[in-house]
Design a protein around this ligand. Sequence first.
Ligand code: DAH
Length: 341
Amino acid sequence: MIEQLDQLYQDALTTLETAASTAVLEAWYRDTLGRKGSVQLLTRQVGGLSPEERPAFGKRVNEVKEALQQAYDGRAEHLKLAEIEAAIARDTLDVTLPGRSTTHGNLHVATKTLREIYKIWADMGFQVFRSRDVETDEYNFELLNIPQHHPARDMWDTFHTLTPGVILRTHTSPGQIHAMRTYAPEAIRVILPGMCYRYEQITARSEIQFHQVEGLAVGKNITFADLKGTLTSFARRMFGEQRKVRFRANYFPFTEPSAEMDVECILCNGNGCNVCKHSGWLEILGCGMVHPNVFRNGGYDPEEYSGYAFGMGPERIAMLKYGIEDIRYFWGNDLRFLEQF
Ligand code: DAH
């Protein structure tokens, strides 16, 4: 019986050496050391031995079991390492391969122009004041000295909502009233940027939505000279130190007197070209001294306070600056256009 046991031991060791996968190894364990395995089966035959033979056999059985268990553990460890190595070899990663490059986004040309404008006004002490895109007729027109049937309303074709009296703002000027009502009776120096909406035929020159940057300065003893000086220095910083500017008298209901400011054409330097229609000048903003009625509506006494306001179109400024010939490019989402800036 002991010889049989030793033979079994030798055979089991040999098969164990050839177990090449975890599955085979587990099958070996079941067949050899398992509850119904060969060692167990042989052990059960101990009853056929004489009482003198039994202790020696029992001792040998334990030795064999222990030795096989150790051999099994060793093999299992070996297989585990081999499997890890195989997995590493299989999944090699070539770190020298060139990666896929990511595409860089960039700011929209309107955003860039707006930020440039904000920066210049911030340097001159103007802070940003934001007001809503959805306005009332009262703020957009009436409080700005444009009553119901005033002919000047034709200047702004309006988008109405289903709620009577609620419209999309046609300009950023209603922000002037909001700012005044917020700060009265303090002095004010703000710019009011935002999107405006007009019910218009879309063409190369006009869009139904566009930005404006409004400006408002309120205080005591503010004069038209302050308006001219401040806007001139804005234009020089925006378009170049040597750039000439001029003011032309104009009409706006919310300012008196009112003017428009032109800069010397930045494409032909005033010599005359298609963009400036051979005049040598480009119109960039409307401005004027705040009308007494607007002051009253904002909560300021026009006898005591004075101030100026202005309104400019950043898209228009960007068109002049970058030679963009069609305003429809701005919201057309064509990457070929957007990526140029
Ligand atoms: N709101 C005017 C427009 O949309 C622009 C404007 C003109 C604004 C004169 C002003 C101003 O503040 O003083 O055409």
